[in-house]
Design a protein around this ligand. Sequence first.
Ligand SMILES: [Zn+2]
Length: 318
Amino acid sequence: MNILVCPRDKLCLHEEGDDLVCERGHRYAVIEGIPILLVSEAEQTHIEGTRALALAESRDEASLPQFNVGDGEVDPFVRAAIGGTNGSLYQHLVGNLKEYPIPRLRLPHGKGKLFLEVGCNWGRWCLAAAAAGYSPVGIDPSLKAIRAARRVSRQLGIETTYIVGDSRFLPFRAEVFDQVFSYSVLQHLSRSHTRESLREIRRVLRIGGDALVQMPNVFGIRCLYHQIRRGFREANDFEVRYWTPSELLSEFGADIGPSEISVDGYFSLNVQPSDLRLLPAKYRAVVHTSEALRKLSRYFPPLLKVADSLYVSCRRRD
Ligand SMILES: [Zn+2]
């Protein structure tokens, strides 16, 4: 089943030479087999989107760097990007990563359901989704990240689909995904861009389908510290936007469907018990404490209010 459509008008795409073209004539380059389904007239949310568009315009595949990654080695893109994709507990691993940190998805077994990750970067959550029985599709505005995601999937022998695209203009037919997931992504967008993305997530979810989105809590202990350092000014560019739990419930509820909030973690925006073996003792203590508080928060709801990382789960009802 072809799920791709024009990100501008959602019309069908057909092949024309190496390009994909919609019925209204919007044309998209395909680079190394990767469709670049970005909207060039829109302000890009990430510099890598602008770079991907420039490469698509020139169609200069030959200028792309090639990597030969040996068995058991970690892809050089992932080794360099780990600090950005995985946050403050992982800075010691930049350039020094010996294995892929693949997290555990907090969702029931996928039973082959179609899973979309919005803002997948090198694909760690798509790999987690594949391990949990989903059929994953990842989208990201960065061609560099999507190329790395494809290399990693190939290297690990895991079937995935990766597309270059923008969360505000999802290039997918309506009502095709059973599960949408996004982690540490929408926090980097302005409120209006986040709402556009949420409405697009709703459009591509089938009725009865679910979204699970990780977001930072304005009242989180660590989040408050970062806001103090920033002087509580408005966030710019790619800086993190902090949301109150009630804002999350009302915005996600209005744009996707009935929503609930649960705790993802404390003291960092990316605490993954699955990565304990990669962390030094002081960070392992952070992860253990975070996990204990997360479990306690189920029985003592006020603890949710000071969690740093929250999950919003929503269901599309109609
Ligand atoms: Zn079009």
